[in-house]
Design a protein around this ligand. Structure first.
Ligand SMILES: [Zn+2]
Length: 375
């Protein structure tokens, strides 16, 4: 039974592509599975999750791990955006960034002379961090109705790496349209799921607790058209897509997304072999009764615990490089910093989809005596 209407067109007829299972820690307050579905009306692919707005509010307020920017390279990302900024805005433009996350964009904008940037985020910790960096920032949620003195105020609104997370993107985009002055610009970035067919990264990189809308350039246009936001520019960095919309009075066309469902199906089918390899590797660890330290506490681990025998192995503890996670509990066990491993004996299982090579090197440089396995 359908849990969530299409986030782009409100359609209620879907085809199921694949079920995604995760072993979600109880204190995250989010469901342990959803179906990836395609909307029969507009072609949008999305997670048919049973989570409510309250669930996600709770999650992003209490389980927000984006504040640790220790491993992020900010400069490339900002450079990616800069050309578009110069084309459409000036240093005097009145700008707002919603869902500022680790604050890298807002801080970079401020540093580059865009003095009138305001940033918001649902997390108080993040807002505090932005304020310390000299950015005008306050706590709010994209779904909160804009105050009357905010409406029509902004020359530009930014939404970077957020739209794929929104349970109700229509409500968020309606608010953004209200915040913009007529002729103002809305810039957003998302991963483009119509390009993932050949990608080799594991499933939880694309289908996890947080990524629940699988946009393409077409589905974004259809969403924005409902709020008189017309696309004027586009830029790509790998599978990441940045699009620029202008607030207009024109009636805009909606376009069916004809590409994403096929791309997602191809990607998921290619992942079957990879999944079988991982299951075999975990099976070995279980059979040899190895005592494990799991390095990584993100969506990949949640997926492995739900889809392989990892949960039946002897897990001695969890380790993570993210400073915000260290000291928290997961599955009733404390999360440690990597240094914890220095005087421990066991097999370290690296469960990181994007950084496993770097983490392996980090462990080797630490000269731990532990055997290292990458999943
Ligand atoms: Zn739809």
């Amino acid at each position: 039974m359908l849990q969530r209407a299409c986030p782009v067109c409100n359609g209620t007829k879907q085809t199921v592509i694949q079920n995604i299972k995760m072993n979600v820690p109880e204190d995250y307050h989010l469901p342990v599975q959803y179906d990836v579905v395609a909307c029969a009306d507009c072609g949008m692919v999305y997670a048919d999750t049973a989570a409510s707005m309250e669930d996600y509010d709770w999650y992003y307020t209490h389980c927000n791990f984006y504040g640790d920017d220790s491993k992020d390279d900010n400069s490339e990302r900002y450079d990616w955006m800069e050309e578009l900024l110069e084309k459409y805005l000036t240093k005097d433009s009145v700008m707002l960034e919603l869902g500022a996350g680790n604050g890298r964009y807002a801080i970079a904008l401020k540093r580059n002379g865009y003095a009138r940037i305001t940033a918001t985020d649902p997390s108080g910790e993040i807002v505090e961090r932005l304020q310390k960096a000299g950015v005008n920032a306050y706590v709010t949620n994209i779904y909160a109705d804009p105050a009357s003195d905010e409406q029509g105020k902004y020359d530009a609104v930014f939404l970077f790496e957020v739209a794929e997370h929104l349970l109700l993107p229509q409500r968020g985009i309606a608010n953004i349209a209200a915040l913009l002055r007529m002729g103002g610009y809305f810039m957003l970035s998302v991963p483009d799921y119509s390009l993932i067919a050949e990608d080799t990264c594991n499933i939880p990189n694309y289908f996890n607790l947080e990524h629940i809308n699988y946009f393409s350039e077409d589905s974004l246009d259809t969403l924005m058209a409902q709020y008189q936001l017309k696309r004027v520019d586009q830029k790509r960095l790998g599978a990441d897509l940045i699009q620029v919309y202008k607030k207009t009075t024109e009636e805009l066309m909606r376009k069916r997304d004809e590409k994403t469902e096929a791309a997602v199906r191809q990607y998921l089918s290619r992942q079957q072999e990879r999944q079988a390899q991982i299951e075999a590797k975990v099976g070995q660890l279980q059979k040899q009764e190895k005592e494990l330290f799991i390095l990584g506490t993100g969506s990949y681990v949640m997926s492995l615990l739900a889809t392989t025998a990892l949960g039946d192995c002897k897990i001695l503890g969890f380790v993570d490089n993210n400073r915000i996670k260290q000291g928290r509990e997961m599955y009733g066990r404390l999360i440690y910093a990597p240094e914890y491993l220095l005087d421990k004996h066991g097999t370290v299982v690296i469960c990181s989809m994007l950084y496993s090579t770097q983490i392996k090197k980090q462990l080797e440089d630490m000269h731990t005596e532990n055997e290292i396995v990458i999943l």
